[in-house]
Design a protein around this ligand. Structure first.
Ligand SMILES: [Zn+2]
Length: 210
């Protein structure tokens, strides 16, 4: 398992105002991000762990999950984390027209706005898949996508020990945006072990710049 796939390095050639692949490395910033939530039973546990380790993170939520779980959305915002947009219901973006992609994004922006008062949010495409067409549309509308530079590979549904072992063997570096998911037990268990280690290593866990 390699947390740094080659395709991610290619995205670094895009302007940062359009595509964020890393955060500021200054003062050992590390940027955890959680996709596909909020999920009752998992998001709360992750919020508890973040609070216990004086850590902030970015949550790329699905519009449909935000509608179902407003109490979790309120808690994420109230505890100083960043809310990001991960589409309304996670379709495969390259398979639907651009107009439909934009309506997924705009509908979700409106839902999230009820919790953080912001009209627009960093957007992370479902499964990280997007077309040049959407990228051009983002450039035209001066919107920004947020990718990641470090993939925890937690969606492979492997045991927490395996996730921890991989991340210890290939430790994240200052500035990395770490991809995770707040929808499963293994991620929570892995974080319980890794967060104190990352704090001890001097990392400051922060929200992404918007
Ligand atoms: Zn996703």
């Amino acid at each position: 398992m390699n947390p740094r796939p080659r395709k991610i390095k290619l995205l670094r050639w895009l302007p940062r105002r359009l595509m964020l692949t890393t955060g500021p490395a200054k003062d050992n910033g590390l940027y955890l991000s959680f996709d596909d939530g909020p999920h009752p039973g998992h998001t709360e546990a992750i919020l508890d762990l973040l609070a216990a380790n004086d850590a902030r993170a970015s949550f790329f939520v699905l519009g449909e999950q935000a509608e179902r779980h407003p109490e979790l959305m309120r808690r994420i915002a109230a505890e100083g984390h960043l809310l990001g947009n991960h589409s309304y219901d996670h379709p495969s973006f390259p398979r639907i027209p651009i107009a439909e992609q934009m309506s997924q994004i705009e509908r979700t922006d409106q839902l999230i706005a009820a919790f953080d008062g912001r009209q627009r949010h960093l957007f992370r495409p479902p499964s990280g898949r997007f077309s040049i067409g959407l990228l051009l549309r983002f450039a035209f509308e001066r919107r920004r996508m947020a990718y990641w530079s470090y993939d925890s590979l937690d969606y492979r549904r492997v045991p927490a020990e395996r996730l921890v072992e991989t991340m210890r063997r290939h430790p994240p570096a200052a500035g990395d945006i770490v991809l995770m998911h707040d929808d499963n037990e293994a991620t929570t268990q892995a974080l319980a072990m890794l967060l104190p280690e990352w704090r001890a290593a001097g990392f400051s866990l922060r929200i992404l710049p918007v």
